[in-house]
Design a protein around this ligand. Structure first.
Ligand code: ARG
Length: 295
């Protein structure tokens, strides 16, 4: 059932082993610089996550962590991949900016074309705020991404951008309140958004699995979906797991509690490398030039 219309992406990821993970600064409400990180446990949990993702059928590439950037484990934020092009993040906080440079180098070495979505003039854009949903790019405006970057994204990729305003400081990235499951379903936490944002999501997702704010605080929306397997942080509410199973998904629970100290979970640690916006581009073009294409 869940495999009826699986996502077109999600089988190839870039991840960063947290050799130098620390909570040195607090740029989101989850981070507490006085709470120590158990280095061995963090590495064991991350290795367990990679195994679970590979077991689910995905391939994982690795980038080495720069010792100066303790948050680099949250690879989802480096940028958006579109075929052989990667549009790199312009991080809100300077502590994370060198991560985009490291990612730029990594992608360049692999032959990707790299570009920057935003700069100081338009503001910041972080890739944890964007998902391909149907034929639109759903992008948040809020704590980490400025609304002015949405036009730049639409132009750069030639796609339709649907904007959703994040108004919840603890659900500061879209990937904490939104998890695409397949072509019609997603986990959604509307308490993260304003009323108009929720309407926008409803128009894009025919079958939402709605979770409460408290449920979102378990990071259950910060999961990775590989075909019909949902790799989800342990601690996820049983109700949510059961609802996914009723839809035909297999749920793999993985303990990444040590990584939650940085304010991120499984999705945050994985940058999808197999996203391609061609179909979205075609549909946006058809909208602009209906007669020419009908031709
Ligand atoms: N400490 C990181 C930050 O605040 C966590 C990033 C979580 N990543 C994510 N995609 N939500 O930027």
């Amino acid at each position: 059932m869940a495999e009826d219309r699986p996502l077109s992406w999600g089988r190839h990821y870039l991840m960063c082993r947290p050799e130098h993970f620390r909570v040195d600064y607090a740029i989101n409400p989850w981070m507490d610089t006085t709470s120590p990180v158990d280095h061995d446990l963090v590495l064991a949990q991350w290795d367990g996550l990679v195994e679970a993702i590979e077991r689910a059928g995905a391939t994982v590439e690795r980038i080495r962590q720069n010792p100066e950037t303790p948050d680099m484990v949250y690879a989802m934020n480096y940028g958006i991949v579109d075929g052989d092009h990667v549009a790199l993040t312009n991080f809100r906080y300077e502590q994370r900016r060198p991560e985009a440079e490291a990612a730029e180098w990594w992608f360049g070495e692999l032959g990707f074309r790299t570009s920057r979505i935003a700069d100081a003039r338009v503001g910041s854009f972080e890739a944890g705020d964007a998902f391909l949903v149907g034929d639109s790019l759903l992008v948040a405006a809020g704590p980490r991404t400025d609304l002015a970057t949405h036009d730049v994204l639409a132009e750069t990729f030639g796609v339709r951008v649907a904007s959703v305003a994040i108004v919840h400081p603890a659900l500061y990235h879209l990937d904490l309140s939104f998890c695409p499951l397949d072509e019609t379903r997603a986990i959604v936490a509307p308490s993260a958004w304003d009323a108009e944002g929720w309407r926008t999501v409803q128009a894009l997702v025919p079958d939402p699995l709605v979770i409460t704010e408290q449920e979102a605080f378990t990071f259950c929306a910060n999961s990775v979906v590989v075909g019909n397997v949902v790799v989800m942080p342990s601690g996820a509410p049983t109700r949510v797991v059961r609802a996914l199973e009723a839809w035909g998904f297999d749920v793999e629970l993985v303990d990444v509690s040590e990584l939650h100290k940085g304010g991120g979970s499984i999705r945050c640690m994985t940058l999808p490398l197999d996203t391609n916006l061609d179909a979205a581009r075609l549909s946006a073009a058809a909208e602009r030039w209906p007669t020419a294409l009908a031709g």
